[in-house]
Design a protein around this ligand. Structure first.
Ligand code: CTP
Length: 393
């Protein structure tokens, strides 16, 4: 059930509805009178493919009790955008229109996605109402900070529809990693030669980001250390951007003490120039070719696995051939309990992948799948292999 209340952010709900229906969700829309001033029920009906309800006295429901019928059909109610007024109503249990009555009559979880002017959001009354809703078990998604429709800048704007969609999907995922802290490296590294040039590789970061999203959806607290990539941060994930292997190593070492699982997905450059030119390297008159000397970068995964109390370490390996022998050899060399191998690097940048799991007990092959599905499967596989923390402490 998607409930719209009055606010300019109603236009974002058209996209949210499209994302939810595309993913196979049944979206039943209800709107307050004020919401219909910002987006029409016709638009919402066309996008959701179902009749839209706005009135408590709607005779289309057989028993004429839409507040009961509609709320019983819902797996969750999402109020987006949630206006100042509607949050106040919810916090005080008021029920003077269809949507507010539906909310108080519900027997399913309630999620709210606030959207309002920054002063309205910061007003102590709103903050009290939001605190009350949280205490009542309502999940509050956002708001974001930034420029607002009124021209002011600050907290209160609705999170983007893609983020709201991810948060709703996350809400429904089984919480296999609840209470676990997961550290993930993703993407390539970039090793500079001079201020404008450097060495990098074709890793897109898609697999690492998909794993970060899946771990967050499974209830984990996720810290993602990302090399230079052009991907959006998954909802609810803490992201730290780095450029070089040394920076990635330092960021990981700083964060690792607090984590239960370390997943090294990054394609870390093995070497860096031992001298980075301060100025752009120019062609010389005699056309002498430049030459570079390299030094080896730290092996981040091996360094973490060597710690006195390492987290559960998972490595990745893209091999260009002989996956079975190379995968197991690499797992043993890096001293990790689990290594996920695939035949690459032709998988770089693709949206799907086919992997094998290497561990002391042998090899398990997983069927080819898109990276989102594969990431969810891998998070399940990792969760199943975790030592029982209650037995350790
Ligand atoms: N890795 C790492 N730090 C490095 C190199 C690799 O953390 N400096 C991690 C990768 O993130 C991956 C795993 O180690 O999880 C295997 O990466 P790969 O590049 O295949 O390993 P290498 O040791 O570099 O082996 P190769 O000689 O085959 O390149």
């Amino acid at each position: 059930m998607l409930g719209l209340t009055g606010g300019i952010a109603c236009y974002k709900i058209a996209e949210l509805t499209r994302l939810l229906t595309k993913a196979g969700a049944t979206v039943q829309v209800a709107m307050t009178e004020a919401a219909t001033q910002f987006i029409t029920p016709v638009t919402m009906q066309a996008l959701s493919g179902r009749p839209v309800y706005t009135s408590q006295w709607d005779a289309r429901i057989d028993n004429n009790m839409p507040h009961i019928d509609l709320s019983r059909e819902a797996d969750a109610i999402v109020i987006a955008p949630a206006s100042t007024d509607f949050l106040a109503k919810l916090a005080h249990g008021m029920a003077d229109d269809l949507l507010s009555t539906l909310c108080i009559a519900r027997d399913c979880p309630l999620l709210v996605v606030p959207a309002m002017n920054r002063q309205m959001w910061m007003n102590p009354a709103t903050q009290r109402n939001v605190a009350q809703l949280r205490a009542d078990g309502v999940l509050v998604l956002g708001p974001d900070s930034g420029s607002q429709a009124c021209g002011e800048v600050g907290d209160g704007r609705m999170i983007e529809p893609e983020a709201a969609y991810e948060a709703i999907v996350s809400f429904f995922q089984p919480k296999m990693l609840s209470g676990r802290r997961v550290l993930i490296t993703a993407g390539p590294t970039f090793e500079p030669l001079d201020p404008v040039r450097g060495i990098t590789n074709l890793s897109s970061g898609k697999m690492g980001f998909a794993l970060a999203r899946a771990a967050q959806q499974a209830g984990a607290d996720v810290h993602l250390v990302a090399g230079p990539v052009t991907l959006d941060t998954p909802w609810g994930v803490f992201r730290e951007d780095v450029q070089t292997a040394q920076q990635m190593h330092d960021a990981v070492m700083q964060a690792v003490a607090d984590c239960d699982i370390f997943i090294a997905v990054a394609a870390v450059a093995d070497w860096r120039a031992n001298h980075v030119s301060e100025h752009k390297i120019k062609k010389t008159a005699d056309r002498k070719l430049p030459s570079f000397a390299f030094v080896e970068n730290p092996d981040i995964l091996a360094a973490v696995a060597k710690l006195p109390h390492p987290p559960f370490c998972v490595g990745f390996a893209a091999e260009s051939g002989n996956l079975d022998a190379n995968g197991e050899e690499k797992r043993v060399r890096k001293n990790v309990p689990l290594l996920i191998g695939n035949l690459g690097p032709q998988t770089f940048g693709r949206d799907d992948n086919e992997v094998a799991l290497f561990e002391a007990g042998g090899v398990t092959r997983l069927p080819r799948a898109d990276k989102t599905t594969l990431a969810q499967t891998l998070i399940g596989e990792i969760a199943r292999r975790l030592p029982d923390m209650s037995l350790i402490s």
